[in-house]
Write a protein that binds this ligand. Structure first.
Ligand code: PEP
Length: 255
């Protein structure tokens, strides 16, 4: 089902106390509203406690920022989907550009991780997005479509319906440079069209597609009012309740 979502990606920030304080402030500041969801993508060490903090608030869900593709075994330092499920995590961010770039996660590996998340009963937030070089060369639409094709498009329709997509142009992540609302809308529409080509118009219309890349209170309204932008995956501005709560508010259509 298509939701309006503000998802925070805390990355490798906040110690345990800071993380729990932040989660509490966001949960306390979030008014329940039909069709709107908030997701907290915290470091692994906070997850169990943040799940507890969110209990009873159906609006707020919890995401891990990564997982391993295998169920269990000799993979020192890794975390499986089953482990995340056992503590009540709802979502896993798959294929963030930092994982693709610094940890060399390929489309093929991300397809495996996505399937592992679904098999484990959690929901993937699947990231895609092009570099500045690709955008300047003008083939960003083709590049992103290829990421979707190789990462997602051999899923069954039933599984695909559980996917949240986050389009995050790499040149806008953590740089302070935001895609213009028109740039975001252009590619979100293209993403929806390619979903329709594979799974049909109904599935495409019901897929949640988030924009990520320097979303902040000052630009969230305009970005989220684009017809194919269903909210944001937010890094820097999700680290403070003062900046994340106004972004959550920007999801509600203004009267
Ligand atoms: C992100 O980490 O996914 C992100 C979009 O970061 P920022 O909002 O800081 O650009």
């Amino acid at each position: 089902m298509r939701y309006k979502i503000a998802a925070g990606n805390w990355k490798m920030n906040t110690n345990h106390e800071q993380g729990l304080d932040l989660a509490r402030a966001i949960v306390q500041g979030t008014e329940p509203q039909e069709g709107i969801k908030v997701i907290l993508g915290t470091p692994f060490i906070h997850l169990k406690d943040v799940v507890e903090i969110c209990k009873g608030n159906t609006q707020v869900g919890v995401a891990a920022q990564n997982c391993h593709q295998e169920e269990k075994g000799a993979f020192t330092g890794e975390i499986s989907v089953g482990m995340l499920k056992s503590i009540g995590v709802d979502y896993v961010i798959v294929g963030h550009s930092e994982r693709r770039q610094y940890f060399r996660e390929s489309n093929e590996l991300l397809a495996q991780k996505t399937k592992a998340v679904l098999a484990g009963g959690l929901k993937p937030i699947f990231c895609c997005g092009e570099s500045l070089e690709i955008r300047n060369e003008g083939w960003h639409v083709r590049y992103v479509k290829n990421q979707l094709k190789r990462g997602l498009f051999d899923l069954s329709e039933e599984d695909f319906k559980k996917i949240i997509i986050a389009y995050e142009p790499i040149w806008a992540i953590g740089t302070g440079v935001t895609a213009s609302p028109e740039q975001a809308q252009e590619i979100h529409k293209e993403i929806r069209t390619s979903i329709a080509e594979v799974y049909g118009t109904d599935v495409a219309q019901n897929t949640t597609i988030l924009y990520g890349g320097s979303v902040k209170p000052a630009n969230a309204n305009e970005l989220f009012s684009q017809p194919d932008v269903d909210g944001g995956l937010v890094g820097g501005a999700s680290l403070k309740a003062e900046t994340f709560l106004p972004i959550i508010e920007a999801l509600s259509p203004k009267a």
